[in-house]
Each structure stands twice: as C-alpha cells, then as structure tokens.
Design a protein around this ligand. Structure first.
Ligand code: NCD
Ligand code: ZN
Ligand code: ZN
Length: 344
C-alpha cells in the first residue's frame, strides 16, 4: 500500500541552534517543505533582526541539494513594542509572534507575565493580520498540571478574543477536548495545531516502559477521551485544525535526569507517525488536507507544488540519534518501529 500527498509543512517545530540544529534539520527537510520555527532559543528570538540571523543559520545548516523554507517567529515578551509589528509585516519571512506564558514550558522564562501588558502590541498584530501563536497553559501552581490548558481557555483565551475579536490565533499543540471544542466553535481567525504524539498516546504512556520521561512533553499527555477528541477534529476536514509536530529535541543526558525537561523528538518520522494515527481510524483520505492544505490556507500561502510518497512498510527507529558532540537524542519509538516508510 502506498500514499502520495502534496508535500506537507510543519506548523510548529523546534530546530534549536548550532550543532543541534545541524543534527535535526535534515529529518524535517526530507519530509516537509516549510516549517514554522519556534523562537524559544537561549536567548530567545525577539526581533526581526534576530529572526533574520537565525533564518540564515538555518539555511546555512541545510545540506546541499535539500530545499526547505523556514518560516520565522518572534518570541513575545512583556516589552515587545507595537512598532516591531510593522517590521514583521515588512520582513515577509517572519510569519507570527509566539506567546509563552512566563514559566509555562522549555525556555519560557522571558515570556509574558501578564497578557494585559502586551495588549497594544497584540492590537497592532490584529490590525496587520499577524497571527499570535499560543502555548495555551496557565502557570498558576495551584492548577493541576492536567487542567492547565482548559483553565487557560477561560482565564486568557476567551478574555483576549473578547478584547481583540479579529486577532488571528493558533492555539498550539492542543491536548484536550476543551481546546478542540473551543477552536471548533471559534471564528475563522482561530485555528489549532495538533501533534502526532497527542494523537497516538494518552497519559498511560507516562507510566509505562523503562524510561517514561521520554514521553514527557508540555502540554502533558492527557486521558484517552481527550486523545479521541483530538483525533475527531484532526480527521474532520475542518481546515482550522492542521499539522504541527512540536518536535522538540533535548539531549538524552538532560532528558533522563530526575526533572528532565519537556519535549519529544518526532521529526525523524514527522509525517509517518501522522499516517499511523490517521490509518488507525481509517481516515488516510483526510491526511492531505490536515498535513498539506489547511496550514497554508490559514497562513495565506500556497500549498507546496511537489509531493511525497509513503509506503506501508515497517521502519526500525534507532535507539539514539547523533545530536551534540557529547550527547545523543532519544527519538520517539526508539528501538521500535514506525509503520510507514518515506520514499526518497
Ligand atoms: N513541547 C515541549 O514539551 N517542549 C518544547 C516547548 C513547547 O513547545 O512548549 C521545547 O522547546 O522543548
Ligand atoms: Zn509549547
Ligand atoms: Zn513547541
């Protein structure tokens, strides 16, 4: 069995920098035409100038003969000035700003401490049609980690869209039935990305196997009923739900410490894992819309002009992938198989 699709894009990706960037970029570039590149570097990518420099480093790390277009984002801080938005618009290559509530996830210390502090900048984004990409979790320590996304909808998302109803928003890596329902019922300016791991795994994965921390990501995996709700909207054909892998590499040494950081590396099977998920509910015919058409539609870009082909054939996933000079990366399905092979 084989499956040919318009070449997909990844609308939520962490490429990191330096040696890590060089190690992971080919996995994405083999599969995806473009990717929305997350700005949570250390220090974060806060200005158009910094995004231009990061974009050059990405293009320089691309192996000869591979084509890939990085779509850049800026990291919104409490002090991002409204004037930066005109520069974003003029740049052409910065496509969005990313909201990390301070302390919510990996490298989010410089994030926004109070959404009201950035309202003038968000209002300017609404005026200029620049999307806000949202890590949608509250950081209130009294809120259960499994409830942080649902509470964010009530405390932040709804009030924000009440004030700026035209703001384009992508609710990134949604993980709950509440978020799926919220985006489903919202206007044409609100969309969501969904990861392959949140379509394939429920929170049981956090308590299974020898190294369950490799399934630790944020927002954390949820109950089966939430996984099913994500699957329903992913295969629905609603164009406001599209692919974002959130492939988030971390070196094994850091990942395996007691409080290892959040993030799962999936770029080595970035489209294959989605094919597995869609096949599991007999919805392979819906994959092309989700993976290749709906993201470009939301961002106002054409779909890619070429195609990729997957064949149904198990592929062994290595136990580890070379990453840094002194440490490796443990990919999703390490030492196991993925059910689809990408043809070169
Ligand atoms: N998803 C994650 O668990 N981690 C991401 C950050 C993020 O997307 O929240 C990372 O940068 O490692
Ligand atoms: Zn996030
Ligand atoms: Zn992410």
């Amino acid at each position: 069995m084989s499956l040919t699709l318009i070449r997909p894009d990844d609308w939520h990706l962490h490429l990191r920098d330096g040696a890590a960037l060089a190690a992971v970029l080919p996995d994405t570039a083999r599969r995806f035409g473009r990717a929305i590149v997350m700005p949570n570097l250390k220090p974060p990518v806060r200005t158009v100038e910094e995004a231009a420099a990061y974009r050059e480093r990405i293009l320089a790390a691309l192996p000869a003969g591979m084509s890939f277009e990085p779509l850049m984002t800026l990291y919104l801080t409490d002090v991002t000035p409204p004037e930066e938005i005109a520069k974003v618009k003029a740049s052409g290559f910065v496509k969005a700003l990313k909201l990390y509530p301070a302390g919510a996830t990996t490298n989010s210390d410089a994030g926004v401490t109070d959404i009201n502090k950035v309202l003038p900048t968000l209002a300017e984004m609404a005026r200029q049609g620049i999307p806000l990409l949202v890590h949608g979790e509250v950081t209130d320590p009294s809120v259960d980690v499994f409830d942080r996304e649902a509470v964010f909808i009530e405390r932040v998302m709804k009030p924000l869209l009440g004030k700026l109803p035209d703001l384009k928003v992508v609710f990134e890596h949604i993980t709950t039935k509440q978020a799926a329902n919220f985006v489903w019922s919202a206007g044409a300016n609100v969309a969501a990305t969904i990861t392959a791991h949140h379509l394939l795994l429920n929170r049981n994965a956090l308590f299974q196997g020898a190294l369950p921390q490799h399934h630790y990501c944020l927002p954390v995996l949820k109950r089966e009923l939430h996984r099913e709700a994500l699957m329903d909207v992913a295969i629905s054909g609603n164009p406001r739900f599209f692919l974002g892998t959130d492939s988030a590499p971390h070196a094994r040494g850091i990942k395996q410490t007691l409080c290892g950081c959040a993030g799962i590396y999936t770029a080595h099977a970035g489209i294959e894992l989605y094919a597995e998920a869609f096949e599991s509910v007999n919805a392979l015919d819906r994959l092309e819309g989700f993976a290749s058409r709906f993201g470009p539609l939301f961002y106002g870009l054409p779909a890619n002009a070429d195609t990729i082909t997957l064949v149904k054939e198990p592929v062994a996933v290595p136990a580890e992938i070379p990453y840094l000079a002194d440490d490796v990366l443990v990919p999703m399905r390490a030492g196991e198989t993925v059910a689809w092979r990408l043809l070169d």
